[in-house]
Design a protein around this ligand. Structure first.
Ligand code: ADP
Ligand code: MG
Length: 730
């Protein structure tokens, strides 16, 4: 069985990979953003008027007229060609989760033997990808056959692998969003407008607010040859079988340890590529599990940060292959050890340079801080189910609540000091008119926040939504996710809450309350109302599951159930009233996510069936045959009586192998039957439920037997690279 040794040769080769990285000796500051067509570059090549118009478009979303678009297109084309680009593409984010592009050449023949390089405003502004096979949840079938992509000037175009990529939204001809970017842009406009209006209570100089995102991307690195020996990794991104290695992460020796040389060479190179593309990655370190790592950038405006994350995931995958690695972005590539998330650090920043979630230097700025802080908590409390749905996926289901990731219960952690502060505020604001003394004391208390936070850096890694001193960190987002989805929901619910807050405070002021008093009283109401979402304890413990249930918090453990929130009337009202997603778009998204879920599980189910029957059972039988031969041989040599004792272990192994093979085969057959039954269901939601409850529920049972066989069968005969090899090969 020579080919079985792919495993061993893969291991041996892994040790001999040459460590090479990029040869550019310049400082990062000299080449940062070199491959992007950013605003400074536009200033160099546009007329002053055109520059001003595009700057406005970037900062305020104002439209760009055709003449200016032509000018920008020409400048962009010349710049891109100088960077070696021969093609251009509209780069967009269909609801498959990946990014999509369709390349067209700049080159255009204009007669026999003659050609020009061409790229005009209309090609920049709008394109019609032949995209009939992108998921659309029925929208394009119902309304129109085609969709188009439209330029998003707020995210700079970039050149990668000889192609000019232009970030765009993807819309149907009837105006429905077919992507993740479009609703995100709308949600950002909503929250930024609402926040700006609330800021007017505190500072009239605030004319512009931007939501900010700093993501932290976790991932695993595995050797490419070993990866290729695992059909499950290849097809699903995770290992569906595999006995836990003798050593896992219990020693915690990988976390913040020194980064192994080969991995470091890979990191240096993808960071270099990222910097050329203007992606401000700054941090790299090992994560908790073996061969698990994290990278994080400086935060940016949400839309740009998200484009950068998607682009970086692409860059990482490309660079990894050059280093004979595969990067695993899946949320749970290996059962039993930590999964990967993508923490979304989120805040709101003003044009005056203030971070609205950072306590300030005086009572007034702290009132502003408290206002945004408390309103965010209230938004989470009112919309916990939506937030949960925004991070739901087949792959994240493996991670959430799996003992080293936030549970599927949404709660907010704020730290002991701020908890005390909110509790005091709640008590000290009286319902009627406040006395001047009470007000002074309150203001004094509010003024104390910065010292409190400086002394207190308490962190709670088990919370899905934690305040970390100057931002909230949404930790339940999965490592493969397009953050746009979670960010659309978060910014929408905060926008809604800020609008309601302003309305109530204005009403109280109109009714005769002083501004400060009106704000404080409204905050008090919000504090009281959102108490149950606040949780400071261990989010990984079983006690929390019980406690959360008592509090009436939802715990939706799987994707199909979590997604049901999209069908609620409140959801449609929320997104509809703010004009972020129409009911039709919401229904389409719900449908698409269910379909994605079904497809992912369908593929997993097939891979599990194939591996069980075509890889694991044959290897087990082959080894069993060797044992049988041995037992027969012992009988020949020692005689029936004596060989019984001499072959005792082998005989037990033979029986045990049969037992596991039978069980594994029986359950696999049950799973295949359940899959066929699920496939016959017409209704998408019902089908997703069936996959979840009847098909996926058998995966672990099959695995149990496969993993038992793995530890019995001769190592030389085992056909799949083992978890210890995938995790510890450096
Ligand atoms: P840590 O939380 O590990 O102490 P940082 O405070 O630097 O580290 O933040 C971690 C992540 O939070 C980084 O990705 C960073 O860009 C992001 N971040 C910091 N400030 C903000 C902010 N105001 N808005 C959004 N993200 C932020
Ligand atoms: Mg973090």
């Amino acid at each position: 069985m020579a080919e079985l040794n792919i495993r061993k040769t893969g291991m041996a080769e892994a040790l001999h990979h040459e460590i090479v990285t990029h040869k550019d000796t310049r400082r990062v500051s000299e080449y940062f953003g070199e491959n992007t067509f950013h605003l400074d570059k536009m200033r160099e090549c546009l007329t002053e008027d055109a520059y001003r118009i595009v700057k406005d478009a970037i900062e305020h979303g104002t439209p760009v007229d055709r003449a200016v678009a032509d000018q920008i297109a020409t400048a962009m084309k010349d710049w891109a060609i100088s960077k070696g680009a021969t093609h251009y593409t509209h780069w967009f984010q269909p609801l498959t989760g990946a990014t999509a592009e369709k390349h067209d050449g700049f080159f255009k023949p204009i007669g026999p033997g003659k050609a020009i390089e061409r790229f005009e405003g209309d090609l920049l502004v709008q394109q019609e990808p032949d995209a009939s096979s992108f998921p659309n949840g029925g929208i394009r079938n119902t309304f129109e056959a085609r969709g188009y992509t439209a330029w998003d000037p707020s995210s700079p175009a970039f050149v990668i692998d000889g192609t000019l990529c232009i970030p765009t939204v993807f819309i149907s001809y009837t105006g429905e969003a077919l992507d993740y970017k479009m609703p995100l842009l709308k949600a950002l406009l909503a929250v930024e407008d609402a926040a700006k209006n609330v800021c007017q209570y505190f500072d009239k100089n605030v004319t512009n607010v931007k939501a900010t995102l700093g993501w932290e991307q976790e991932y695993f690195l595995v050797d490419l040859d070993l990866f290729n020996g695992r059909p499950d990794l290849l097809m699903t991104g995770r290992t569906v079988f595999g006995h836990s290695p003798a050593k896992g992460q219990q020693l915690d020796d990988h976390y913040f340890g020194s980064i192994p040389g080969r991995a470091q060479a890979f990191m240096k190179e993808f960071e270099y590529e990222a910097h050329l593309l203007g992606i401000p990655v700054t941090t790299r370190h090992n994560e908790v599990a073996p061969n698990q790592f994290e990278c994080a950038p400086m935060f940016e405006e949400v839309n740009l940060a998200n484009d950068h994350n998607l682009l970086l995931m692409d860059v990482m995958e490309k660079v990894a292959k050059k280093h004979n690695f595969r990067v695993l972005l899946h949320e749970k590539p290996f059962a039993g050890i930590n999964g990967s998330g993508k923490h979304n650090n989120w805040s709101l920043g003003t044009n005056t340079g203030v971070n609205l979630l950072q306590p300030g230097k005086n009572p007034k700025s702290n009132m502003q801080f408290l206002t945004f802080f408390v309103n965010t908590i209230k938004a989470i409390k009112d919309n916990a189910d939506l937030l949960r749905a925004s991070i739901a996926s087949a792959s994240n289901d493996h991670r959430l609540g799996a003992n080293e990731a936030p549970p599927a219960i949404i709660s907010v952690f704020i730290g002991t000091q701020l908890t005390k502060m909110l509790d005091e505020l709640e008590k000290s604001i009286s319902a009627g008119k406040m006395t001047p003394e009470a007000k002074t004391e309150l203001k004094l208390n509010i003024g104390k926040i910065p010292q409190i936070l400086l002394d207190n850096t308490d962190r709670n890694r088990t919370s899905p939504f934690a305040f970390t001193g100057n931002k909230f960190e949404f930790r339940a987002v999965g490592s493969t996710a397009n953050c746009a989805h979670a960010m659309t929901v978060l910014n929408t619910i905060v926008a809604r809450q800020l609008i309601d807050f302003k309305e109530n405070v204005d009403k109280a002021i109109a009714g005769g309350d002083k501004k400060d008093e009106a704000i404080l009283k409204e905050l008090q109401k919000l504090i009281t109302d959102s108490k149950k979402i606040r949780f400071e304890g261990n989010g990984y413990g079983d006690e929390w599951v019980e406690e959360a249930e008592k509090r009436g918090l939802s715990n939706m453990k799987d994707t199909p159930r979590a997604l049901d929130v999209w069908a609620r009337k409140e959801t449609k009202d929320l997104f509809g009233n703010l004009e972020i997603l129409s009911p039709v778009e919401i229904e389409a998204r719900h449908e698409i996510e269910l379909e994605n879920y079904i497809l992912k599980l369908q593929i997993e189910a097939r891979v599990i069936g194939d591996l069980a029957k075509n890889h694991i059972m044959p290897a087990a039988i082959e080894y069993q045959n060797i044992l049988i031969k041995n037992v027969k041989g012992l009988k020949d040599v020692l005689g029936a009586e004596e060989s019984k004792e001499a072959g005792r272990t082998q005989i037990n192994f033979i029986k045990s192998i049969s037992k596991h093979i039978n069980s594994m085969n029986d359950i696999t057959n049950d799973m295949i039957t359940a899959r066929k039954e699920a496939n016959a269901i017409e209704d998408t939601r019902e089908k997703a439920y069936a996959y979840c409850d009847n098909v996926k529920s058998l995966f672990d049972e099959i695995r149990y037997h496969a993993d038992k066989l793995e530890i019995m069968v001769d190592d030389d005969m085992w056909p799949l690279p083992k978890l210890r090899e995938l995790l510890f090969t450096k």
